[in-house]
Structures are given as C-alpha cells and as structure tokens.
Write a protein that binds this ligand. Structure first.
Ligand SMILES: [Zn+2]
Length: 107
C-alpha cells in the first residue's frame, strides 16, 4: 500500500494521504550537535522543504531556528512519524528528542 506524502502551503504542512498531519510552528528538541552550540536544539519549525520516507520512517527537511540561541537553518531531515501497515503514525514529537536521519536517496 502506498502512502502519498506531500508538502502544502509553501512548506507550512505535511500532508499524508491528503490529510494535514504535521504543521510548522511545532517546537521540537533536536539532537544536532553541528547546528548550534546548544546541547540540544530547541528547534522551532518554520518551513518544510522536502519529505522523504525510508525504512517506513517519514522525515521532513525542515527550516527553523533554535529559540535558545537564535541560530537558524536546516538541521537535516527530521523524523516525524512512521508508516505502519500502510498507515501513517505520528511520533510523539513534543516529548522525544529527534535525531536527523540520512537522506532517503543517498546510501
Ligand atoms: Zn541553540
């Protein structure tokens, strides 16, 4: 079963099977040591630029900023959910630490 992943509204939403599932302005804790000097990035998502799915994990390339120190940029593809038996399941994004994953189109 295939799942349709799409970014809508100039990067404001991730749509899964034509349902809006992930929006910008969520606050995520991200483990991305190269992004800024903070131990964990308090990352405010501001825009989605690309969505990938690898090994049933959905990841979004996300532009945003660390609200602790103000550095902004793209920390990588951030995993936001998983495809389980053909259905999309959100991760508990506000309560876990997200680690950027590799690009799906690169080994
Ligand atoms: Zn920071």
């Amino acid at each position: 079963m295939s799942v349709a992943l799409r970014i809508l509204d100039d990067g404001a939403w991730l749509s899964v099977n034509d349902q809006r599932r992930v929006s910008v302005s969520e606050l995520w804790r991200v483990n991305a040591p190269g992004f800024c000097e903070c131990e964990l990035v308090d990352f405010l998502a501001e825009g989605f630029t690309e969505v990938t799915a690898a090994d049933n994990e959905v990841a979004i390339e996300t532009y945003g900023q660390c609200i602790r120190c103000g550095v902004s940029g793209v920390p990588g593809h951030l995993p936001v959910g998983a495809i389980i038996q053909g259905r999309y399941r959100d991760y508990d994004r506000e309560n876990v630490v997200l680690s950027p994953v590799g690009r799906a189109d690169q080994p």
